[in-house]
Design a binder for this molecule. Sequence first.
Ligand SMILES: Nc1ncnc2c1ncn2[C@@H]1O[C@H](COP(=O)(O)OP(=O)(O)O)[C@@H](O)[C@H]1O
Ligand SMILES: [Mg+2]
Length: 259
Amino acid sequence: MKDDLVICFTHLSKRYHTDLFGRAKPALADLSLEIRAGEVLGIVGPNGAGKSTTIKILMGFVFPDRGEVTLNGLPAADPAAHAQVGYLPENPCLYDKLSIHDHLIFAAQVARLAPDEAEARIAKVLQRVRLAKVAKTPVRKFSKGMTQRAALAYALLHDPELLILDEPMSGLDPLGRELVAEVIREYRERGRTILFCSHILTDVERICSRIGLMHQGRLVADLRPPDLPAPPTGRYADKSPLEAFFLNQVAGNEEGNDG
Ligand SMILES: Nc1ncnc2c1ncn2[C@@H]1O[C@H](COP(=O)(O)OP(=O)(O)O)[C@@H](O)[C@H]1O
Ligand SMILES: [Mg+2]
């Protein structure tokens, strides 16, 4: 293993339920992918492509049927692999009656931060996600965008080396999306590693060092933004380079899966 290898997926396959005849559509089909320190990899793909399954396997929440995943050189299911990981789930669940400040105290305890350091970091991260003024408000009063930013604060609190974000722009207005893009750029400039998936292609195009396109459980393209054919011509001439590439690869081959 090279020193800078942070994430390694090797021949990963996963099917969820099988029917009476033992059949099921694969969620992942022989996915192999390596991510090195300092890379910002954005995974794009239509609904049901397998993006969240990939991330859940990496987090140790879902187990693959076949294949291996390592995180920081350890099996992904080993909790020790996750000490320096910040994770934003696809559908963040917060405790309704607690404030974001309460949640972050808990996160600080999990990360074993000293109380003084914890308060300083909480103040900083709440400022960063623009929730400082509502730090003590029960999160049930938060809008979807505020909840998303609160969950991002939770992921960022311990200043992790690796950020794993599942649809971080989801439910955010343009200001919120810009905030997430700024956070990703800041982490990128500090040499941190980021893996995120998104279906908002313009965001991916402008903040990633590398783009993976998933379709039907497979990685069908792995490229860097400058490699995108530009400017688009023909049928997708009005699209951005990544949108045109995405549509060329995926349209006409899509089964309308809303997973
Ligand atoms: N818990 C589950 N049970 C059954 N099928 C699932 C489950 N989670 C995902 N799937 C299916 O696996 C496929 C991949 O889903 P997912 O990884 O969520 O894709 P994406 O995040 O790219 O939209 C889809 O066909 C989806 O319906
Ligand atoms: Mg998903």
